[in-house]
Design a protein around this ligand. Structure first.
Ligand SMILES: Cc1cc2nc3c(=O)[nH]c(=O)nc-3n(C[C@H](O)[C@H](O)[C@H](O)COP(=O)(O)OP(=O)(O)OC[C@H]3O[C@@H](n4cnc5c(N)ncnc54)[C@H](O)[C@@H]3O)c2cc1C
Length: 470
């Protein structure tokens, strides 16, 4: 009880939740992990985060940071720990148009940042289905990817500086606004993607980009994944690397979308195996100007490219969005992926990446290997094809952890053979620790352990995540 009073003295009574008041926080987004934290503490400043960390460090209490709680790897699992919610650090401190940066606190919700920078005709070009809940601190801590990585890179590439509260409460200022800074080890990029195991991110300097003045968005069916790659490369050539999103949906995904999402419509008159939702964008005024036929030059470029590839048989069917409604419908189909893939029954959600020219081999090989392990299992794939990142979901025939492990192992094996990664964007958290042990270079794990020990010698910062158990 004394410790709870100490927390209350730091953030006020109303910001220390205990008992049933913590219910909202005591499960991850998937519902796979449920737990009872000692308390949920809601600081509103970096200094308060620092005081909480000092108190926990002194009293040997494990600390788990939480943002929007949309992570898909069990990273916020917090039994016998205090959860520190960054949700009240929610200020967009500055938007500086000239240098195209924003300074934001960790609890800013992604879509709020989108809206704020849009008013300045700028974009923070990171987006994914959970944008209405995910917070910048969590996004940085998972180095999230999303649908625009093909053009702008992942979160790491969009971050110039961060402020960090270390496990013992010291505040580390890495709030650089510089494009170049070679002063020693790259601590910013070490903390980004560390999933809260090395400290709390409390603030960040993020890069903004000019907001495209026009988009052209389409659903395209191609005969094979190799043809999809031709389409991507062709579009990059004809638009000067203007591809903003290049997303893949299988036939089973389209079917599941029609079944699960009320009032949804099929993208084409018939079902195809390889469906791509693509978007190109331009910041060049001439390209965005509406022509006599009601289309922009950008849309004409897209039409021409698709038409040329139809002539050679590399594109089978295509629908270009002619209104905001149609564009939104295309995006919603893609962004409903978590609702579509995640079910109550037995399932495994993988998050692999392979080199772009190996995607086709991955799909062919993985299906064979999965069927060898569990012939009756089903699968469904959706992914960020432009980055070689696929969410390959498996629905095993029964709930059996040993079977799950064999299936995971089969996916890992195919991925590794093709030079890929078992975890491309959701992070390792709790759910992929076994894969980490099996697949990550052992020396790399040793180095990670040494870093963890140096920064968190008492192992209090999000313990049990990312690094495999010894
Ligand atoms: C519908 C849906 C779609 C998604 N699509 C994508 C996608 O396309 N691409 C993608 O990459 N991911 C996607 N995700 C998962 C993605 O990782 C999370 O949505 C997001 O990045 C996590 O942000 P959050 O604020 O919810 O973090 P949380 O879930 O709250 O936390 C995630 C991890 O970060 C740690 N953490 C949180 N805040 C901090 C902080 N301030 N300092 C230190 N550590 C912290 C937590 O301890 C935890 O380990 C999706 C999730 C959903 C539900």
């Amino acid at each position: 009880m004394n410790i709870i009073n100490e927390f209350r003295n730091i953030v006020g009574k109303q910001n220390v939740l205990t008992g049933t008041d913590t219910n909202k926080y005591s499960s991850d987004w998937t519902g796979k992990y449920t737990f009872s934290p000692i308390a949920v503490i809601r600081p509103s400043t970096t200094e308060e985060v620092s005081e909480i960390a000092k108190t926990c460090y002194r009293s040997n209490i494990p600390m788990v940071p939480i943002g929007g709680n949309t992570g898909l790897a069990g990273g916020t699992f917090a039994p016998d720990s205090v959860m520190i919610s960054l949700e009240r650090l929610n200020k967009i401190c500055e938007i500086r148009s000239e240098s195209q940066i924003a300074i934001v606190e960790a609890g800013v919700i992604l879509s709020n940042l989108h809206m704020a920078v849009e008013e300045a005709n700028l974009a923070f070009p990171l987006t994914f289905g959970a944008k209405g809940s995910a917070m910048l601190g969590g996004i940085l801590s998972t180095n999230a990817g999303g649908s625009n990585v093909v053009r702008y890179g992942n979160t790491r590439s969009l971050c110039m500086g961060i402020e960090v509260v270390l496990p013992d409460g010291r505040i580390m200022n890495l709030m650089s606004e510089l494009h170049k800074d070679n002063t020693g080890y790259d601590l910013k990029n070490l903390i980004i993607g560390a999933e809260g195991t090395l400290g709390f991110i409390t603030k960040a300097v993020v890069k903004l980009k000019p907001k495209p003045i026009a988009y052209a968005t389409a659903m395209v069916a191609v005969p094979t994944l190799a043809n999809a790659l031709t389409l991507l490369n062709q579009l990059q050539k004809t638009t000067g690397s203007g591809v903003e999103a290049f997303e893949y949906m299988t036939k089973s995904y389209i079917q599941a979308h029609l079944e699960k999402i009320p009032n949804s419509r099929p993208p084409f008159d018939q079902l195809y195996d390889v469906n791509i939702m693509l978007e190109i964008g331009t910041i060049i005024p001439d390209q965005g100007k509406i022509q006599n036929d009601g289309n922009t030059l950008l849309t004409r470029t897209l039409e021409r490219t698709l038409s040329n590839l139809m002539d050679t048989g590399e594109v089978t069917d295509a629908v270009i969005a002619k209104s905001d409604f149609q564009r939104t419908e295309m995006w919603e189909r893609r962004e409903a992926s978590a609702e579509i893939t995640i079910t109550d029954g037995p399932m495994i959600l993988t998050d692999i990446a392979v080199p772009l020219d190996k995607i086709s081999s991955f799909m062919d090989k993985v299906e064979i290997e999965i069927k060898k392990v569990d012939p009756g299992s089903k699968s469904l794939t959706v992914g960020h094809l432009g980055d070689g990142n696929l969410h390959y979901a498996i629905y095993p025939t029964k709930y059996d952890l040993e079977l799950f492990d064999l299936l995971n192992c089969a996916v890992e094996e195919v991925t590794q053979e093709l030079g890929g990664s078992f975890s491309a964007e959701h992070g390792v958290g709790l759910s992929k620790k076994t894969s980490m042990k099996r697949r990550k270079d052992p020396i790399a794990i040793e180095v990670m352990r040494a870093i963890k020990k140096a920064l968190d010698p008492k192992n209090l910062m999000n313990p049990g995540k990312v690094l495999p158990d010894i």
